[in-house]
Design a protein around this ligand. Structure first.
Ligand SMILES: NC(=O)c1ccc[n+]([C@@H]2O[C@H](COP(=O)([O-])OP(=O)(O)OC[C@H]3O[C@@H](n4cnc5c(N)ncnc54)[C@H](OP(=O)(O)O)[C@@H]3O)[C@@H](O)[C@H]2O)c1
Length: 223
């Protein structure tokens, strides 16, 4: 049986990951900030274990890593925040900018650190949900704070990946597409179902070694 852990599992892309993995019979550790209010998540049937987790509470991430004592085949570091609270250059709210970096950049690093041992036991796969906006080569000036947080995520995870290669753990970064969620908005062209079906295919195809930034449809994006 496949065992999966997903952060930010209560809505959007994370919720869809739970639906699809649980739907194919996987055991899913579904992590979210407010399990009490996670009605959509609780409505999914299957072998699902709920955990309360704010990924910017690094002590809590570490503690959950010590609590979950079973091999993990797949860990999806999906939890992420948009940058709308940071304001614009000239009037940045640096407290909000720091929080964005904590959630989007350091949260997945803490997740990899906490669940690395379980991934090694399973020779599993670690997928961090990044964004095409984190591509430095394609930087357009749109959403600089959010883009910075995802570029930092890419660098952090790519730099740490070699620590996992010999243990047989594949580590990768993924762009989900522009997806119809609270973050992506109603005009986004890709549904969560399409995005996650594609991401699951790309995650399944990952092998240990050089990580890349891969879109849900298999396109390899420049760093
Ligand atoms: N949608 C897009 O077009 C798009 C494009 C590129 C990349 N992405 C990335 O895809 C991932 C999922 O995005 P989405 O579209 O599904 O966004 P979403 O609908 O806004 O959902 C974000 C999820 O992340 C959780 N989250 C936020 N801060 C958290 C924290 N500190 N600790 C734990 N969970 C936290 C949210 O939980 P709460 O309900 O508690 O807030 C929610 O479950 C993110 O990493 C995002 O950056 C999305």
């Amino acid at each position: 049986m496949t065992t999966v852990l997903i952060t930010g599992a209560n809505r959007g892309i994370g919720l869809e990951f739970v639906k699809q993995y649980a739907g194919e019979g996987a055991r899913v550790h579904a992590c979210c900030r407010n399990p009490d209010k996670a009605d959509a998540l609780k409505a999914i049937s299957g072998d699902i274990v709920l955990h309360k987790l704010d990924v910017s509470d690094f002590a809590a991430v570490k503690a959950l890593g010590q609590k979950i004592d079973e091999p993990l085949d797949i860990v999806v570091a999906n939890a992420g925040a948009g940058g709308k609270d940071t304001g614009d250059f000239g009037g940045y709210d640096f407290e909000a900018f720091s929080n964005l970096l904590k959630v989007n950049t350091l949260g997945p690093v803490a997740t990899l650190e906490a669940f690395g041992p379980q991934l090694k036991k399973a020779k599993g796969k670690f997928a961090a949900i990044s964004s095409q906006l984190g591509s430095i080569e394609n930087a357009s000036g749109f959403a600089p704070a959010y883009s910075t947080s995802k570029a930092g995520l890419d660098m952090a995870i790519k730099s740490l990946a070699p620590l996992f290669t010999q243990a047989g753990v594949a580590v990768g970064l993924f762009h989900p597409g522009w997806v119809k969620t609270d973050m992506g908005g109603a005009e986004a062209p890709v549904t969560p179902e399409e995005s996650v079906a594609g991401l699951r295919k790309q995650i399944a195809a990952m092998t240990p070694g050089e990580p890349r930034l891969v879109a849900y449809n298999g396109d390899v994006l420049p760093w």
